[in-house]
Design a protein around this ligand. Structure first.
Ligand SMILES: [Zn+2]
Length: 73
């Protein structure tokens, strides 16, 4: 996938990823999950059976706009 351009500044955006501090405060990459978030009283959010895709995020170096993608493998 080519790096997208910022729709406002028309400059190439920098590729990166979103950080998720979940389990024991150890960083991992944020994931996209389908459907509505359901709270679970013992594990935060109920994720069983939901499709999860690692999120790629692009940032405009000029205005800071973020654009995120969760491409299918
Ligand atoms: Zn921009």
């Amino acid at each position: 996938m080519n790096d997208p351009k910022c729709p406002t500044c028309a400059v190439p955006m920098d590729a990166g990823f979103m950080i998720d501090r979940g389990h024991a405060n150890s960083p991992s990459t944020a994931k996209w999950a389908e459907g509505e978030p359901e709270r679970s009283w013992w594990q935060g959010l109920r994720l069983r059976g939901k499709e999860q895709i690692a999120v790629r995020s692009y940032r405009c170096p000029r205005c800071g706009l973020l654009q995120s993608y969760a491409p299918s493998a």
